[in-house]
Design a protein around this ligand. Structure first.
Ligand code: DC
Length: 235
């Protein structure tokens, strides 16, 4: 068998980053992917797209198990497409880019609610595996190191204090002209954390063998640098 080139080996590299909302995962994952010139896959965007469909269909959180069939039916009737590139993840619903629509606080809560439904995860996890296996990449979410790619080349768990995470999310929302108070952001984030860590299906946990980085007080560039060093070490 011919030796694979460094580019081939690099393109198959799978790096996973899990952690709670506001820990800096998206920024860190996309910057690291750009630096390594490998795809960046934001798996949360996929749950957000399903959340958007649920909102448009008139559903409201909390969802009971009875909502599951309705949500699965929505997933079957609509086309969700994901494209992972090193610059970012593009997500289309029925051919339309919903990148902005899925970033509202309302959609954050609904994404968290639909992500607790076993049938939703059963549909999205194989898709995430397929996307990762195609070209490798930096994959970010809640269960990537525990469920989707437990044998990833590098597993990272990013965290930060509740205050820091709320502050970051608040700045992020303000920059997109989605004005809410810091207190409201903090409350919603805590609600989402509780849902994401206490659900029966693939709750957010630190995957075995993860590098745990507390990003409180660090700039996101410092975090990228730290992870880049980890990648150099394992390559
Ligand atoms: O990463 P995010 O905030 O965009 O994710 C939105 C929601 O999707 C999050 O509250 C939980 C869910 N999610 C998940 O359950 N598993 C993933 N791999 C990614 C996100």
């Amino acid at each position: 068998m011919a030796n694979s080139s460094p580019e081939d080996r690099e393109s198959r590299l799978i790096i996973v980053i899990d952690g709670p909302a506001g820990a800096g995962k998206s920024t860190v994952a996309s910057r690291l992917a750009s630096r390594l010139e490998i795809p960046y896959l934001d798996t949360g965007a996929m749950y957000r797209a399903v959340g958007l469909l649920a909102i448009r269909d008139g559903l409201e959180p909390p969802l009971d198990e009875g909502a599951s069939n309705r949500v699965v039916d929505l997933m079957n009737r609509h086309r969700i497409e994901v494209e992972a590139a090193d610059g970012g993840t593009t997500i289309l619903v029925d051919g339309r880019d919903v990148g902005e629509d899925i970033r509202t606080p309302e959609c954050s809560l609904m994404a968290s609610a639909v992500s607790a439904l076993a049938e939703v995860r059963k549909a999205l996890v194989p898709l995430q595996r397929e996307l990762g296996l195609q070209n490798g990449g930096v994959m970010e979410g809640r269960d990537i190191g525990t469920v989707v790619f437990p044998d990833a080349d590098l597993k990272v768990f990013l965290t930060a204090s509740v205050d820091e995470r709320a502050r970051r999310r608040h700045v992020d929302l303000s920059e997109r002209n989605l004005e809410t108070s810091l207190e409201e952001v903090r409350e919603q984030q805590q609600q989402r954390d509780l849902q994401d860590t206490s659900r029966a299906e693939s709750p957010l946990q630190v995957a075995r063998g993860s590098v745990v980085v507390d990003t409180t007080g660090l700039t996101l560039d410092e975090v990228v640098e730290r992870l880049f060093e980890e990648v150099v070490r394992i390559r």
